[in-house]
Write a protein that binds this ligand. Structure first.
Ligand SMILES: Cc1cc2nc3c(=O)[nH]c(=O)nc-3n(C[C@H](O)[C@H](O)[C@H](O)COP(=O)(O)O)c2cc1C
Length: 544
């Protein structure tokens, strides 16, 4: 750190034994992604690695003058941390430090830009984009190879503000790529709509490979108009070197592996997809944007980067979790002024888009609801289930969340359903040919449920032995030579507010062998059952 390009980052992964290098020929259409997929279905996260395939072929038997790397940003939190230059436990703090401390990119001369080693301009594109080993991500279902780690660079046609975003690109012809934005609120889609209203195409460049911070920044949600080059510079610890694109008014990373430039048409749309999505299902074919390729720049023997996404967990869910946990925490704590919010956790099996758990430390009256509503309002399409929990509930642990849902909330009192959310790759919405149905109207469209599972009145203690007894037990456990423990929170009991001095005294009597004293006291408080005349039993009486 800082990384200059993908290659010095790969050196670091090799040094840490986090990159598997495969020398044997592997087919990028049928074999490559399934091989890497296996580790997400069959290995513990700590054993997952990035893969570098040095000898890549395709279904037609062609070999490529390029190799393929996949899993390099987020096959695990450990790898994501290396890309950021921190340990896995410091990812959130690093993201928090980046907000508001952006580092603007620095322009370099064309001669100093490795990505300009080979430049071809239309109409002399040769094999065009087909010279690169674009991957088939879900063989057996996907209708084409897609660019999965492509970062799209565009400018707001009115303000000139730069945007970077990862959007998939369906390979349709040597000079034509489909560009898919999941919702009309994605920033490229906003810029495209502005260009359309102005009656002109949208200039765009999609780059592959570069310092890893670029991909991390491009996948994260920052406000419209904020330049992700600045976010990437801050994550990388040094400004990103950029160079002028060959044929349009855009700056592209000087040390990218590949840059494809051109225009996104605003006069036509074209069918695009299906594609295996992070929802765990194939996304449907829909009308999407068409990118006409005008120029291609690349390094000699480029290293083609892919990101493994589709069924969670995956590289894309690791990437989203790392960024979203910190971004939502910053949003709630800083922008929405809720200092009692202590953590936010999204969940990989919910694609990191659907379930957000917000932990609050002794919230003031109203703050759980403020946090739930503010989290739901952060993005029109993100979040279907929002849950607020207390500080002793681990928001990353589904066990802990189930405990809170089961005994810290009442559905009729503590939930609220809000409407008007924009569905995001969610096949549970009612099928319809009406595109407006995707966003609204009532009873169709999509919605979110807000659940306040913070305890808002006095609660009895947590039913585990008190801390002193569990600590003593843990010491004893060790002296007895029993197997190593991996303790879950909570691992000892503690009093909440519904616990009287008398309760506490009785508990002390119990563990000092004096429990008959309590029995005697309770006998002195006997109450008659009544005369069978229908009068209610005394308080606390439980009939068997
Ligand atoms: C591997 C990967 C693939 C993605 N593919 C798409 C996509 O095809 N379309 C889309 O709208 N968002 C996609 N995203 C999510 C966007 O990158 C993300 O929403 C980002 O914030 C978009 O940039 P923007 O906020 O500047 O619009 C993908 C994210 C990752 C990590």
């Amino acid at each position: 750190m800082p990384y200059h390009d993908l290659r010095d980052y790969m050196d670091e992964l090799i040094r840490r034994d986090l990159l598997r290098v495969i020398e044997e020929p592997v087919c990028k259409d049928t074999e490559l992604v399934p091989l890497v997929r296996l580790q997400f279905r069959g290995l513990a996260e700590a054993e997952r690695r990035a893969f570098w395939f040095k000898n890549v072929t395709d279904a037609r038997g062609h070999a490529f003058d390029a190799s393929v790397i996949i899993g390099a940003i987020g096959c695990s939190r450990e790898v994501y941390g290396v890309a950021m230059g921190v340990g896995p436990d410091d990812i959130g703090a690093k993201w928090a430090s980046v907000h508001g401390n952006h580092l603007a990119p620095e322009e370099v001369a064309r001669a100093d830009a490795p990505v300009k080693e080979v430049v071809t301009v239309a109409p002399d594109l040769g094999a065009g984009v087909d010279r690169f080993p674009h991957l088939i991500s879900t063989p057996g279902f996907d209708p084409a190879p897609y660019i999965t780690a492509g970062v799209w660079v565009t400018r707001d046609p009115e303000t000139g503000a730069c945007n970077l975003g990862i959007y998939r690109g369906m390979i349709k012809a040597p000079d034509r790529i489909g560009c898919a934005t999941d919702t009309s609120t994605q920033h490229l889609a906003v810029m495209w709509e502005k260009a359309r209203r102005l009656g002109r195409p949208l200039e765009a460049a999609v780059f592959i490979g570069g310092p890893p911070a670029l991909l991390m920044a491009a996948a994260s949600k920052v406000p419209y108009g904020v330049d992700e080059y600045g976010v990437a510079g801050a994550l990388n610890g040094a400004p990103i070197a950029v160079v002028a694109a060959a044929t349009c008014d855009l700056m592209v990373p000087a040390a990218a592996e590949i840059v494809i430039e051109g225009t996104i048409r605003t006069d036509v749309l074209e069918p695009e997809a299906p594609f295996g999505e992070a929802s765990g299902y194939l996304g449907p074919r829909k009308m999407e944007k068409v990118f006409d390729v005008g120029a291609i720049s690349h390094r000699e023997q480029p290293i083609y980067q892919g990101i493994i996404s589709e069924f969670p967990p995956s590289e894309s869910t690791v990437m989203r979790k790392a960024a979203f946990d910190a971004i939502y925490l910053n949003h709630l704590k800083a922008a929405c002024n809720i200092p009692t919010v202590s953590r936010v956790a999204c969940h990989e099996l919910a694609s990191c888009n659907m379930l957000f758990v917000i932990q609050l430390d002794r919230p003031e009256l109203g703050q759980p609801w403020q946090a739930l509503r503010a989290a739901a309002a952060f993005d029109a399409s993100l979040g279907k289930i929002f849950i607020a929990v207390d500080a002793d509930v681990d928001p990353d642990s589904m066990d802990s969340i189930l405990w809170a849902l089961s005994y810290a909330m009442q559905p009729h009192r503590d939930t609220e359903i809000i409407r008007g959310k924009v569905p995001r790759l969610d096949p549970s919405i009612s099928p319809s040919d009406d595109p407006r149905q995707l966003a609204y109207p009532d009873a169709q469209g999509s919605s979110a449920i807000l659940i306040n599972a913070c305890r808002e009145h006095a609660y009895p203690p947590v039913s585990l032995p008190a801390k002193e007894f569990m600590e003593a037990a843990r010491a004893r456990w060790q002296t007895l030579g029993l197997p190593a423990l991996d303790l879950k929170t909570p691992w000892h009991g503690y009093a909440l507010s519904a616990w009287t001095e008398e309760n506490a005294e009785e508990a002390v009597l119990a563990v000092t062998g004096r429990y008959f004293e309590t029995g005697e006291k309770l006998a002195g408080r006997r109450a008659p059952i009544g005369n069978g005349d229908g009068s209610p039993p005394p308080p606390g009486f439980v009939s068997k």
